[in-house]
Structures are given as C-alpha cells and as structure tokens.
Design a protein around this ligand. Structure first.
Ligand code: G3H
Ligand code: 13P
Ligand code: ZN
Length: 311
C-alpha cells in the first residue's frame, strides 16, 4: 500500500469521535515500535518528521524506513512534516515523498502567516499533498525555538474561518493550553485546557479537522524510572489523558505525541543498561527501548486516541 494523505483518516475520525496519533520519528527503532503498536491494534498512523529529525537521520533514510513500514504492515500511514519552518522545507518534503506537511507560521504576523501558508497549500495541492496550518502559539521547546509561557497565545476563534478560507489548509493546529516538551505544568498546578476555544472553533468550522500539538501526558512512572536509573529531570506534569480523550471526541482529529515516546525510550534504556552493565551490543538495549515505544503507542491508541480497529 502507498502512503496515504490524512483526508480520509480525518473524515472518518471526525465522524467516529476519535483521533489519529501523530508520532514523531527519528530512527528505525522508533518507527518499528510505533508501527508494531499500529499493527497489534489495527490503527491508522501518522508518522511525523521534524526539521531536527531530518537533520539527524537524513530525509532519504526516514522516507525509506517509512516505506519499509508500509510494506511490512499494510497499514494506512501518512508521512507528515512536523513544524515546517518555511516554504523551502515544505517543498523539499513534498518533492521528496511526504503525503502531508505542516507549515508553521504561528509565530508570524497574521497576514504573513496567511500568505506563507497559502503558498505552501498551492504547491502541495498541485502535488497531491495535504497541509496543516497553525493559528495561536504554544509554549515550550521545539527544534531550536523556545517559546516562553508569557509569549504563548491562545488561538483567536474569530480568525479561524478567514484563515482556512484564504489559505485552503486541510487541517488547523490550535493553541488551547497544551505545550511542547516534558515540562508543561508545574507540580501542584491544575492543568487546564480551553475547551471553550475548541468548541467555538468547531462551531465556526463545522466538520473541519483540528490538530492538538504538545499533547504528551508525561507519565510519572517514566519520570520516576529515569531518575531511579541515574537520569536527572525536573518535576513536571503533562496533559491529563482524559482531557485529550474528550478533545478527540470533539473536532480534534490529530494528536501530536513526541515527549512521551522520548520518556518511554529513555526510561527503558537507562533501566536496561543499569540492570545489565555488561551489555554492549546495541540490539540488547535497543530491543527494550523499541518495546517501550510500542507499549506507549498501544496505550495512547486505546486510552487517548480511540482509533483501535480503525485502520
Ligand atoms: O514539536 C516538536 C517535536 O517534539 C519535535 O521535536 O524539533 O526536537 O525534533 P524536535
Ligand atoms: P509533546 O512535546 O507534548 O510530545 O508534543 C509533540 C508535538 O507537538 C510535535 O509536534
Ligand atoms: Zn508540535
């Protein structure tokens, strides 16, 4: 089966009250862990690649690994550029085999975001590729961009119809209080998402797929395990999974998860190497790391996304 776009995935997810997981991939073990979970639960998948992932692993390696995943699993898989910083990067991914790209103009003044997004949409659609745009700015760290909580801004619902109509985007990422990275809310604070904004956006864009970035839940058992086996992490909490499940039943059709995969993989590696100090064959410590990714993705599919059996 060739790569799919997200068009049918999102239409089915919207109608069915569930979401598709968009998982960040950087190497073979991460890809294998994710698709093994998709296979085990017959779930559609979005594998997403950031600018940093392309710099780390090389565009062609990642595309070929995802092609291998398609061939091995037969699952519906979209290959998506995460946080495309500019037209040139989006074009390179469209020309280089991706089925979906994000142009992240969320940091630009509104009119510039519209113009840059429209330019990407025109090129992408002419090549059969779908586009995610973003309005509103999340706090947190992504690639080399660090947005402080003070500089973050919620999406303004009154802008969304104009943005979608003028750009032609296929999905829209909005800011309702999620944030990138493993440090979202300080311990003791009560995580809150602006469901009122999500509701208003959904009313203004009936049937239109909405995307949530920064949606890791930062499971405390993995943070504890990393610390137990010699790692150092500040205490923090993530987005409660029941809130994400609620959003998935509404207009949210794509939920982005990266930090939780990093936590699961790092915890498994640290534990394995501590318990097996004599191991130096990478297959010995990368196997439990890959299994940890698979277990995490299965957990998300069942408890957050609701997309088991929807492939
Ligand atoms: O939102 C950003 C993703 O977690 C990707 O992170 O830019 O470090 O690859 P990265
Ligand atoms: P997390 O850092 O919460 O996993 O978010 C990932 C993300 O939004 C990728 O675009
Ligand atoms: Zn993101």
């Amino acid at each position: 089966m060739p790569l799919v776009t997200t068009t049918k995935m999102f239409a089915d997810a919207y109608a069915g009250g569930y979401a598709i997981g968009a998982f960040n991939v950087n190497d073979m073990e991460i890809i294998q862990g994710i698709v093994q979970a998709g296979q085990a639960l017959n779930a559609p998948l979005i594998l997403q690649v950031s600018k940093g992932a392309r710099a780390y692993a090389n565009h062609t390696y990642l595309v070929k690994l995802v092609e291998a995943a398609l061939e091995v699993t037969g699952l519906p898989i979209a290959l998506h550029l995460d946080h495309g910083p500019d037209f040139a990067t989006c074009k390179s991914c469209i020309d280089g085999g991706f089925s979906s790209v994000m142009i992240d103009g969320s940091h630009l003044p509104y009119e510039e975001n519209v113009a840059e997004t429209k330019k990407v949409v025109e090129y992408a659609h002419a090549h059969g590729v779908v586009v995610e745009g973003e309005l509103g700015q999340l706090a947190g760290v992504e690639d080399d961009v660090n947005v402080s909580a003070e500089d973050a801004s919620y999406t303004k619902p009154e802008q969304v119809q104009d943005f979608v109509a003028r750009t032609g985007v296929d999905s829209l990422a909005i800011a309702i209080g999620t944030s990138h990275g493993a440090f979202k809310f300080k311990p003791g604070t009560k995580p809150q998402l602006r469901f009122d904004i999500l509701r208003e956006v959904a009313q203004r864009l009936p049937g239109f797929p909405i995307v949530l970035h920064g949606a890791s839940s930062v499971p405390q058992e993995f943070v504890a395990q990393i610390k137990q086996y010699g790692g150092a992490m500040d205490d923090a909490i993530g987005i409660p999974e029941d809130m994400l499940r609620e959003a998935a039943k509404m207009a949210v059709c794509k939920i982005n998860i990266d930090s939780d995969l990093r936590l699961a993989m790092t915890a498994a590696l640290r534990r394995h190497l501590t318990e097996n100090p004599g191991h130096f064959d990478p297959r010995q410590y990368l196997s439990p790391a890959r299994n940890a990714i698979q277990a995490m993705v299965e957990h998300k599919i069942e408890n957050v996304l609701g997309c088991a059996g929807k492939a």
